[in-house]
Design a protein around this ligand. Structure first.
Ligand code: NAD
Length: 424
């Protein structure tokens, strides 16, 4: 059995093993019986599709796509779709399980799923992306739907991609079915507040964590890795709330300003130039140096495996808020715990996105849309309660926040399975 204490450095970067290590530890501490463990650790469905697409120059290419449904014990499967050249089935499988635990941590009525297409959006035209999206949707069509499995955006997918999925699905079922995906444009059944939701959720849990350290936002230095949806929204909302966002790290560089970056100006600069580098409101520093900078809060919001055995020893943040999924490996977990870093684990920290996706699904099914204040206040209530549930669980069981979040989630999913019974 792989546990956080015996996983090797070679295995460290495998996201499925990382998810399993946390799962095993939480299951062991909960005393879950072996049979239930087998059910919970195995995905319920893995779909692989090969998508023939005609490129703009007339050539035919075949792309590989996945959709993994991990659990439907607590409701329809729910999870994003990512487009990236390095997507693997292992990664999607891990992310699907993470979604089950994430939905259970924030106690919303969904199971977990994830999807991905192996492609490089940087070299594809908009028309090619649309064709890939539509054919991928057509291939997984029998498995998705408002009551079956509800996709959402993830890395390199956005509301336009969700609109194409919704349209493709609707054409096949012969009726407009907005609730088949979340993260849609507002005019097609999207929810107010969805674009900001994951970053806002990060801000809410960071604010809760600050109370434990007796820190004020103005005295709180924040470093953010990744300036995409999650990172830029977290940066914007945190700086608006008075936090000092001193560094932002992107794939091609990092910018630093000890007094705090002007985040809206940095967003404009990136939009205009395509990069955060060359920003006049800060100095350029090395990316790794920025990650290891002394700060109160570090928000990895880019991708998995960025805090590993190679750098965890040198992280100098008091609070680590995981905006991305799986940014910390199990080996790094151990190092951070020894060093007393307060970790807000991904399945709690970035659950604001799926929470507002849940609100979107509810609104679509009701055909009645909420104003932004209502969305934000309901999100805040769920994030604050979940933060308190997880930290109380950690204190009660003498475990770190990550294992507490897993234990809470496993307990909830296992309870649902026991109540339903196994159909056979
Ligand atoms: P995104 O594509 O909008 O942004 C990712 C950003 O990270 C990009 O700007 C990219 O250039 C940058 N990046 C990539 N590799 C990097 C590196 N090595 N160093 C620094 N920057 C790097 O994606 P997103 O939607 O913001 O998702 C980011 C992470 O958050 C993913 O792990 C995703 O699974 C997770 N997440 C997203 C949501 C959501 O609502 N979008 C919800 C929950 C979790």
């Amino acid at each position: 059995m792989a546990t956080a204490t015996n996983i090797t450095l070679e295995q460290e970067l495998n996201p499925w093993l990382a998810a399993e290590a946390r799962f095993d530890e939480a299951a062991q501490r909960l005393g879950l019986d072996n049979g239930l463990c087998k059910v919970l650790r195995t995905p319920s469905k893995e779909i692989t599709v090969y998508i023939p697409v005609q490129l703009d120059d007339g050539r035919l290419e075949v792309f590989t796509g996945y959709r993994v449904q991990h659990s439907i014990a607590r409701g329809p499967a729910k999870g994003g779709i990512r487009f990236a050249p390095d997507v693997t089935l292992d990664e999607i499988r891990a992310l699907a399980a993470w979604m089950t635990w994430k939905c259970a941590v924030v106690n919303i009525p969904f199971g977990g799923a994830k999807g991905g297409v192996v492609c490089d959006p940087a070299v594809l035209s908009e028309a090619e992306l649309e064709r890939i999206t539509r054919r991928y949707t057509a291939e997984i069509l029998p498995f998705i739907g408002p009551e079956l499995d509800v996709p959402a955006p993830d890395m390199n997918t956005n509301e336009q991609v969700m609109a194409w999925i919704m349209d493709t699905y609707s054409m096949h079922v012969r009726q407009t079915t907005t609730a088949v995906v979340t993260g849609k444009p507002l005019d097609l059944g999207g929810s107010r507040g969805r674009v900001e939701a994951t970053g806002r959720g990060c801000m809410i849990v960071i604010s809760e964590a600050l109370k434990r350290f007796g820190l004020q936002p103005s005295a709180t230095r924040v470093v953010i890795q990744g300036f995409g949806n999650v990172g830029s929204m977290a940066a914007k909302l945190l700086s608006r709330a008075g936090f000092r966002v001193i560094a932002v790290i992107e794939i091609d560089g990092a910018v630093y300003n000890a007094r705090g970056l002007d985040v809206p100006a940095l967003m404009r600069h990136r939009k205009e130039t395509g990069s955060i580098t060359g920003f006049p409101g800060g100095e350029e520093i090395a990316r790794e140096e920025a990650m290891l900078m002394e700060c109160e809060v570090l928000v990895p919001a880019a991708k998995e495996n960025v805090i590993t055995s190679q750098n965890a020893e040198r992280i100098r943040a008091k609070i680590l808020c995981e905006g991305a999924n799986g940014p910390t490996t199990p080996v790094a977990d151990r190092i951070l715990a020894e060093r007393g870093v307060f970790v807000i684990p991904d399945i709690l920290a970035n659950a604001g996105g799926v929470t507002v996706s849940y609100f979107e699904w509810v609104q679509d099914r009701q055909g009645y849309f909420w104003n932004e204040d209502l969305v934000n206040s309901r999100l805040e209530e769920i994030m604050v309660n979940s933060f308190r549930d997880v930290t109380a669980y950690a204190a009660k069981h003498g475990v770190n926040n990550r294992i507490a979040a897993y234990m809470l989630a496993l307990d909830r999913v296992a309870f649902a399975i026991k109540l339903r019974g196994i159909y056979a």
